[in-house]
Design a protein around this ligand. Structure first.
Ligand SMILES: NC(=O)C1=CN([C@@H]2O[C@H](COP(=O)(O)OP(=O)(O)OC[C@H]3O[C@@H](n4cnc5c(N)ncnc54)[C@H](OP(=O)(O)O)[C@@H]3O)[C@@H](O)[C@H]2O)C=CC1
Ligand SMILES: O=C(O)[C@@H]1CCC=N1
Length: 273
C-alpha cells in the first residue's frame, strides 16, 4: 500500500488549518489534493500550489487517503455522491467530521472500508493541533501509521479504542480552542480597561497561555501544584483564584463541556441514519 497523495473533500476552516500545517511541516503542496464546491476556495488553494480536483469523483481518483471535511449535515449526501468512485479506487477514508460514526460513513459509501475518524482542532494551522483518533476494525497498522504521520505533522495525537470517546475528544480538544479564545477575549477586554493597549494585551495574554500550556505538556508537575506555585500567600494571584472559585469556575467549565458533549451525541442521533 503506497500513500503518496492526500485529498480533502471540503476545504474550509478545519481542512484549511490541516493543509497549511502540513505544508509548513514540509508536505509537498502538489501531493495535497482538494475539492471544495466553492470556486473562490479552489482558486485560493490553487494559488498555494495545491492540486485541485475537477470534482469530488476526480478527487477520490487522485487520493490515496481521502479526508472527509464537510459539515456533519452534508456528509450523507456527499458520501453517497462519491460511493461509486470510492468503490473503484478504495482510498483510506479519514473523517474529521464531528459526531458521525464510522459505521454510518461506511453505509453511505456502500462499502466495508478502513475508516479512521479524527477529531482535530484548528491550532493544526500552526502545527500545535491536538487530534483524537479512532480506527475501525478494518484498519491495518499501515493505515494507522499514515494517519499518525499526517496528524503528528500538525500537532499531538491520541488514539481512543472506543469510538464513543470521540464525543469526549470533541469537548476536550476539537471545540476547546474556542473556549481558550473566549477566555482570552474576556481577559483582553479587562486588560484594556486596566490600561494596556490591544497589542500589549494580545502579546502578554497569548504568551502567558502558551507558557502555561508548555508547562503542562513539558513538565510532570501536577497542574494544581503549578497553579499554587503562582499564588503567594495573601498575594495578588490568590485573590484572583478566590474570585474564580467564588464564581463557581468548576461548574462553569463542567456545564460548557457537558453542553458540547451532549450536542455531539445529539448530532449523532439526528444525522447518523
Ligand atoms: N472548525 C473546527 O474547528 C473543527 C471542525 N471539525 C469538523 O470539520 C468539518 C468541517 O468543518 P469546517 O471546516 O469548520 O467547515 P467549513 O464550512 O469551513 O468547511 C467545509 C467546506 O466544505 C464545503 N463543502 C460542503 N459540501 C461539499 C461537497 N459535497 N463537495 C465539496 N465541498 C463541499 C463547504 O462549502 P459551503 O460553505 O458551500 O457549504 C465548505 O467550504 C465539520 O464536519 C466539523 O465537524 C472538526 C474539528 C474542529
Ligand atoms: O463546532 C463544531 O461543531 C465543530 C466540531 C468541533 C469544532 N468545531
Amino acid at each position: 500500500m503506497s500513500m503518496n497523495t492526500i485529498g480533502f473533500l471540503g476545504a474550509g476552516n478545519m481542512a484549511g488549518a490541516i493543509i497549511k500545517g502540513l505544508i509548513a511541516s514540509g508536505f509537498e503542496a502538489k501531493s495535497i489534493w482538494v475539492f471544495d464546491r466553492n470556486q473562490d476556495k479552489r482558486d485560493g488553494w490553487a494559488a498555494l500550489g495545491l492540486s485541485i480536483a475537477k470534482n469530488a469523483d476526480d478527487l477520490v481518483i487522485h487520493s490515496d487517503a481521502l479526508v472527509l471535511s464537510v459539515k456533519p449535515q452534508g456528509l450523507k449526501e456527499t458520501c453517497e455522491s462519491i460511493a461509486s468512485a470510492v468503490a473503484d479506487h478504495k482510498p483510506l477514508i479519514l473523517s474529521v467530521v464531528a459526531a458521525i460514526p464510522a459505521q454510518s460513513i461506511a453505509q453511505w459509501l456502500s462499502a466495508s472500508l478502513p475508516i479512521i475518524r479524527v477529531m482535530p482542532n484548528t491550532p493544526s494551522l500552526v502545527q500545535a493541533g491536538a487530534s483524537g483518533l479512532f480506527a475501525n476494525n478494518l484498519c491495518l497498522p499501515e493505515h494507522k501509521a499514515f494517519a499518525e504521520t499526517v496528524f503528528r505533522a500538525v500537532g499531538r495525537i491520541s488514539w481512543v479504542e472506543d469510538e464513543q470517546l470521540i464525543h469526549s475528544v470533541t469537548a476536550a480538544a476539537g471545540s476547546a480552542p474556542a473556549y481558550f479564545f473566549r477566555f482570552a477575549e474576556a481577559m483582553s477586554k479587562t486588560a484594556l480597561e486596566q490600561g494596556l493597549t490591544e497589542q500589549q494585551a494580545r502579546t502578554l495574554i497569548g504568551q502567558t497561555m502558551l507558557g502555561a500550556a508548555k508547562m503542562i505538556l513539558e513538565t510532570n508537575e501536577d497542574i494544581g501544584q503549578m497553579r499554587k506555585n503562582v499564588c503567594s500567600p495573601n498575594g495578588t494571584t490568590e485573590r484572583a483564584i478566590f474570585s474564580f472559585n467564588d464564581d463557581q469556575i468548576d461548574t462553569v467549565v463542567n456545564n460548557a463541556m457537558k453542553a458540547c458533549f451532549d450536542r455531539s451525541v445529539e448530532l449523532t442521533d439526528l444525522l447518523s441514519q
